[in-house]
Design a protein around this ligand. Sequence first.
Ligand code: C2E
Ligand code: CA
Length: 547
Amino acid sequence: MEFNNEGLDNIFFESLCKISEDYYFMENETGRSRWSPTAVNDFDLPGEYVNSSGAIIRSLVHPDDLKRYDAEISRIKNGETDFYQVDYRMRKRNGDYIKVGCRGNVIRNDEGRIIWFTGVITRLNGEVDPTTQIANVYVAARDIVETFKNSTAKGALMYLGIDNFKRINDLYTFSGGDEVIKKLALKLKGIIPPSAMLYRIDGDRFAIHYPYAVASDMQAIYNRAAEEAKEIRLSEKVDVSLTLSAGVCMYPQNAETPEKLRRNTQRAFERAKREGKNQITFYSQEIREQYIKKLRFTEVLKHSVKENFKGFELYYQPIVDPVTRKIVECEALLRWKNDEFPKASPADFIPVLEETGLIKEVGEWVVETAISQVKKWGDNDLIVNVNVSYKQLKDGNFAEYVLKIIDEYGYDPTKLVIELTESCKAHDISLLMKTLDKLREQHVLVALDDFGTGYASLDVLQDVSADLVKIEQKFVSGCRDNKVDRNIVKHIILLAHSLDMKVCMEGVETEEICQVAEEEKADTLQGYYFSRPVPAEEFGRMLQGNR
Ligand code: C2E
Ligand code: CA
């Protein structure tokens, strides 16, 4: 019989192929079949229309699964069944196997001869991560539970994550990011010992489970992995250099159950990230104690917010004119006084406020407190700066809130500066812009804080039409003795002025730096040289002596 396309040009088949991720096929009585375009692509089939595709598909089935596959096909051929279902591993174009489930149905004529053979092949993502083709988080969980069934089990679990992966996605798009993950997975597969298992547990994180390992084994794996990650070939022209963070928990000494093993590995991992990334951390008693302390800290902080911001206070630091040395602005800086945590600084509590989402309420409180305070001082020329982090802007109604407060207090919007902290710059600029535009339309001023660090600084300067930049303290403090810092300061000022932005040099601690500021034509200065941040009352007295 000659092959023909009869019945294969079917609208329903084409629609299915468009709307579903699965692979479809249909074969007519001549043995000619049609395959969905994704199948043609993923399995490197000769084309959409294929003659005798059975042999081609069979050649893609993993040799270890062939017996099962053949058994099922022969049940159809010898008329035992009209439906079939079989799971097997199937080889993709790139040589990797994916686990699939194939379900099919045959239609026979009166003599029992097959006249239609149709089916669907579904990726069984339940086990295999589709990007890397390695086992996924569910398999990891199952394997660990299995391990603990043996009461003498011992070994280690490691979480291994790519540092600043978001940057890779930003630079090379998501498909570039996926490629990096794939390449790294391949390298990791190559370096782990045969008895260790590799899993992808989420976006940029892998897990390595190594039964009977001791700590030095895990250290050795990390060292190799970190070495390999230094050079990942993305394309002929692009090499990406990654650093990795890892957390390890040894069992049974530090975890007697699968849940504790996962939890403690996660805590060690978080610790490695928090301590600056690019390192491996082993779970220890000290991490446990720190964790409990942080829980308590969070609880007490939450309680303070709920108790009408008990213990929160704004300090104010003067910002002066470099020539007259008079106070022209101030920056409101948050303080939190608490008996149980007397030493907590903004660096301790701001991140926790951000993690818990409390920064939204506290941030609103900051704006209202600062505005009402400036009103109380009654100095109509004084500008107040408040700090705002990305998390506060993300919720969408920050601008409305600020404008409402301005309205309620009859405050002059041109006397309010919103300082965007560095963390804002790494995020979704379009969302930032929307919020900032609403504020700027009403003449509220916007400053880029800690300017100079962060890879995106210059991009942001272009995208966010800010009114002001505040130069990062470390360049300012270094600019008298260090030529590079001096040059950075000089050029940030030139660049900002050319874009009609004013420049504040912060962290000014000496008269010499003031001289530099004057020479380079900074617009305002802030730093301990003039005053540390002080309580509202004290700042009020400073203002009186200022005029
Ligand atoms: P920042 O916005 O860069 O604030 C300047 C920090 O530098 C302040 O620390 C200030 O006390 C300190 N500083 C000022 N002059 C000098 C100087 O001459 N030398 C040195 N070494 N340091 C100086 P602080 O008050 O501990 O605040 C730290 C950070 O916490 C702030 O950095 C800001 O990012 C954040 N922050 C403070 N208040 C708020 C707030 O209300 N909301 C948000 N989202 N963040 C805040
Ligand atoms: Ca600031």
